[in-house]
Design a protein around this ligand. Structure first.
Ligand code: PLP
Length: 408
C-alpha cells in the first residue's frame, strides 16, 4: 500500500481562505441562510440541489460553511471521502451505529471499549432491539465466531480503553468485507498515528474532545466515512445526525480547524514522551502497558499498522494491582511531584491520570472487569508534553519508588 501521511494530507487540504482572503477560514454563525430565488428552496429540500450543486446553504443543522471546512480537513486526514462533525464523541458513535443497525440487528464489539460505549452497547441499544456480543479485541477469530446472520457491524477501538489492546484492523476489515458487514473503528487514542480506513475500516469515529482538539476545552466528535454514508446521516427523512441533531457549533468547528495544523507535531511529542516514560518504568520493573514496548503483545502488529514517524501514542497504563496503591500513586504524582492532574479524559498538553476501573470504565461491572482483565489498580495516563522530559522522568521514578512499586 502507498505510504500515507495524514499531516501532509491535511496540509494539502488546507487551502480555504476566509471571506476577505483571511488566512483562517471565516466563522459563519448563521443558523439559517437567505435563498435568493424562492424556486430553489423546494429543490434544496428534495435533495436536487445542495451548497455544492447549484443551491445554497439552508440551515446549519444540515450544512454550515465553517463546519464543512472542518469536515473536509478531517476527511483528508483519514484519506476518506467525507466527514461529519458532531457535538460529542458519543453522538458520533451512536449516530453511526443507529444508521447502520435497526431493530433485530446485531453488533460484534471488542470488550475493552470506553465505558460510555460499553453502556451504549450493553444497556441502551438492547432497549431498541440491537444486541451486542463482546469479544476479546485482540483476537480476530473470536470476532468471526461471534458473527450471526443478523450481524451488521464489527466495532473496535484501534487501541482499547483502558488496557490498550490493539485491534488487528486489516484482519477485521477483511473479515467484515467477506461477510458484508461494516467495520466501525474508534480511533480516538491514535489520530494520525493510525489511519483505520487505509487499513480496511468503513467508518472511523473520533471523540475530538481528546487529542484532536488537544486543549481539553470542548466536547466534540466526528464520523469519517464514504460520501454515501455521510449523505445518509444527513438525509432529511432518516438521517441520524439530521434528525437526532447533534450538530457541532461553528465556533467549535473553527477552534478545531485552528488546532489541526499542529496535531501531527503534538502526536509525535505525546508519543516520544510516553515511550520514554514507559521505557523508564519498565526498566525499573514496574508493570507498564504501552504499545511501543516490545513486551506489549501487539507491539509488532501496531508497527505494521502505524503511519511512519508518529510513534505509538500518548496513552500508557501502570498496573498498581490494588485501588489503594493506585490512589497513592495518583496522589504523589499530582500533589507532591506536580507530574500531572488527576482527571478523566485524555489528549491534553498536561498529563491526565485516572484509575480507570472506578472512573471511565465504571459502567463495566466489577465481575466483567475481572473477566476482561481490568485490574482495580490500573492507572491510565495520557502523557502530556509540558515540562522538561528529564524532570518528568525523575518525578515518575520518585513516585513509583515512594509507593512501593519498585524496591527503594
Ligand atoms: N471514545 C473513546 C475512546 C473515549 O475515550 C471517549 C471519552 O472518553 C469517547 C469515545 C466519548 O467521547 P465524548 O466524551 O467526546 O463524547
Amino acid at each position: 500500500m502507498k505510504k500515507f501521511d495524514p499531516e501532509q494530507a491535511v496540509t494539502e487540504a488546507r487551502r480555504e481562505f476566509g471571506e476577505h482572503g483571511g488566512v483562517t477560514p471565516s466563522i459563519e454563525r448563521s443558523s439559517t441562510f437567505t435563498v435568493m430565488e424562492p424556486g430553489v428552496m423546494p429543490e434544496i429540500f428534495s435533495g436536487k440541489r445542495g451548497p455544492d450543486r447549484g443551491g445554497c446553504y439552508l440551515y446549519s443543522r444540515h450544512f454550515n460553511p465553517t463546519v464543512d471546512v472542518l469536515d473536509r480537513y478531517l476527511a483528508a486526514m483519514e484519506g476518506m471521502e467525507f466527514a461529519v462533525c458532531t457535538a460529542s464523541g458519543m453522538s458520533a458513535i451512536v449516530c453511526s451505529l443507529l444508521q447502520l443497525c435497526q431493530q433485530g440487528d446485531h453488533i460484534v464489539a471488542g470488550n475493552m471499549v470506553y465505558g460510555g460505549t460499553h453502556a451504549l452497547l450493553k444497556e441502551l441499544l438492547p432497549q431498541m432491539g440491537v444486541t451486542t456480543t463482546f469479544v476479546r479485541p485482540d483476537d480476530t477469530e473470536s470476532f468471526e465466531r461471534a458473527i450471526r446472520p443478523n450481524t451488521r457491524v464489527i466495532y473496535a477501538e484501534t487501541v482499547g480503553n483502558p488496557t490498550l489492546p490493539v485491534a488487528d484492523i486489516p484482519a477485521l476489515g477483511s473479515l467484515a468485507r467477506a461477510r458484508g458487514i461494516t467495520l466501525v473503528v474508534d480511533n480516538t487514542f491514535t489520530p494520525m498515528i493510525v489511519s483505520p480506513a487505509r487499513l480496511g475500516a468503513h467508518v472511523v469515529v473520533y471523540s475530538m474532545t481528546k487529542f484532536i482538539n488537544g486543549a481539553s476545552d470542548m466536547i466534540a466528535g466526528c464520523i469519517c466515512c464514504s460520501r454515501d454514508f455521510g449523505h445518509a446521516l444527513y438525509d432529511l427523512h432518516t438521517g441520524r445526525v439530521m434528525l437526532l441533531g447533534p450538530t457541532i457549533d461553528p465556533r467549535m468547528a473553527f477552534d478545531i480547524i485552528q488546532r489541526l495544523p499542529h496535531l501531527g507535531l503534538r502526536m509525535r511529542e505525546h508519543s516520544r514522551r510516553a515511550l520514554a516514560i514507559a521505557e523508564r518504568l519498565s526498566a525499573l520493573g514496574v508493570k507498564v502497558i504501552y504499545p511501543g514496548l516490545p513486551s506489549h503483545p501487539q507491539h509488532e502488529l501496531f508497527k505494521t499498522m502505524a503511519n511512519e514517524d508518529y510513534g505509538f501514542g500518548g496513552m500508557l497504563a501502570i498496573d498498581c494491582q490494588t485501588a489503594k496503591r493506585a490512589e497513592q500513586l495518583l496522589s504523589v504524582l499530582q500533589n507532591q511531584e506536580k507530574f500531572g492532574l488527576i482527571a478523566v479524559s485524555l489528549g491534553y498538553f498536561d498529563t491526565l491520570m485516572s484509575c480507570s476501573s472506578s472512573s471511565t470504565s465504571s459502567e463495566i461491572s466489577a465481575e466483567e472487569q475481572s473477566q476482561i482483565g481490568l485490574s482495580p489498580g490500573l492507572v491510565r495516563l495520557s502523557v502530556g508534553y509540558t515540562g522538561a522530559l528529564e524532570a518528568r522522568l525523575e518525578q515518575v521514578e520518585r513516585a513509583v519508588r515512594q509507593v512501593g512499586l519498585v524496591a527503594r
